[in-house]
Design a protein around this ligand. Structure first.
Ligand SMILES: NC(=O)c1ccc[n+]([C@@H]2O[C@H](COP(=O)([O-])OP(=O)(O)OC[C@H]3O[C@@H](n4cnc5c(N)ncnc54)[C@H](OP(=O)(O)O)[C@@H]3O)[C@@H](O)[C@H]2O)c1
Length: 261
């Protein structure tokens, strides 16, 4: 079966970006559900679909149902859906952190369609560059999800629940934590009236280098060199920033031991 028609449950950041990517690729977005009708209308109108705020009126005959709601709401939403849909429909969620077993009690054909990117409604994203991790309990559904992914992205991978859990933890480190470190850099430069923009090429280069070299090999700076005088000067400066000093000390202590995990 070729996936052609889709219902999206959710109208947040993921639903917005994924919905548009699927629409551009020629998929029919039959309906968008949000608890708030105006939110559903805003997205559904831009996708030429129908807005609904009551799951009683969900379309019964779509090829795929994508649950793009907050992680903690996925179980409750699928419990409501099972009352209204045949257990034979294909259903997926978009969460990196939630196992596919969340659907076990409810649906026979279940899977994951996880775009591995940080998506915000207000920020334009080229979806063709967003890796998509797919998984399904049935081989044929997994292949169909893979094909669907390929219609909107250049990078699609079969990733099972365990692998996705690891990817999600890694994503927290490389995205959430590194962004916190950018925040630290931004704050201390702002307070000292130094342009943060001067650091952008360095940030860019850090990412460029690890495209073809292990991060471990690319580590530079006072901690790996064991340059204690510099570290002490930095910590003296950071006395007014106790949280930032804590992060500095922790990471500086760990860097020299990168080989031992
Ligand atoms: N954004 C990202 O960067 C990203 C990346 C990868 C994966 N994901 C995954 O995508 C999913 C959606 O994330 P998001 O970023 O789109 O979140 P979001 O922007 O906060 O939107 C959350 C959506 O969930 C709905 N919702 C929350 N509680 C609900 C409930 N009890 N019943 C029904 N609907 C409920 C909200 O409903 P209303 O519209 O009714 O308010 C809203 O439409 C999550 O599983 C997340 O882990 C997100």
């Amino acid at each position: 079966m070729n996936i052609q028609s889709i219902v999206i449950i959710g109208a947040g950041n993921m639903a917005w970006h994924l919905g548009h990517a699927l629409k551009i690729a020629g998929l029919e977005i039959k309906q968008v559900f949000s608890r708030k009708l105006e939110k559903a209308i805003q997205l559904a109108d831009s996708l030429d679909g129908q807005a609904i705020n009551d799951l009683q009126s969900i379309d019964q005959h779509s090829d795929l149902y994508i649950i793009a709601v907050s992680d903690q709401a996925i179980a409750a939403v699928s419990q409501q859906l099972v009352l209204r849909l045949s257990p034979n429909v294909m259903i997926v969620h978009t969460s990196g952190a939630t196992p596919s077993t969340i659907f076990d009690a409810h649906f026979l054909r279940k899977g994951i369609f996880y775009p591995l990117q940080s998506l915000s409604k207000d920020k334009k994203t080229d979806f063709t560059k967003v890796p998509i991790c797919v998984h399904a309990n049935l081989q044929e559904d997994a292949e169909n999800l893979y094909q669907l992914g390929r219609r909107i992205s250049h990078q699609v991978a079969y990733i099972d629940d365990q692998q996705r859990a690891v990817l999600h933890i890694a994503a927290v480190f490389v995205n959430n934590f590194s962004n916190y470190l950018f925040h630290v850099g931004s704050e201390i430069t702002k307070d000292a009236n130094v342009p943060f923009e001067l650091l952008l090429p360095l940030i860019q280069e850090t990412v460029e280098k690890i495209k073809d070299q292990p991060p471990q090999k690319m580590q530079t700076g006072p901690a790996i060199r064991d340059d204690q005088n510099t570290i002490d000067r930095h910590l003296a400066f950071l006395e007014n920033y106790p949280s930032f000093a804590e992060v500095y000390q922790l990471i500086s202590r760990l860097i020299p031991n990168m080989n031992s995990k």
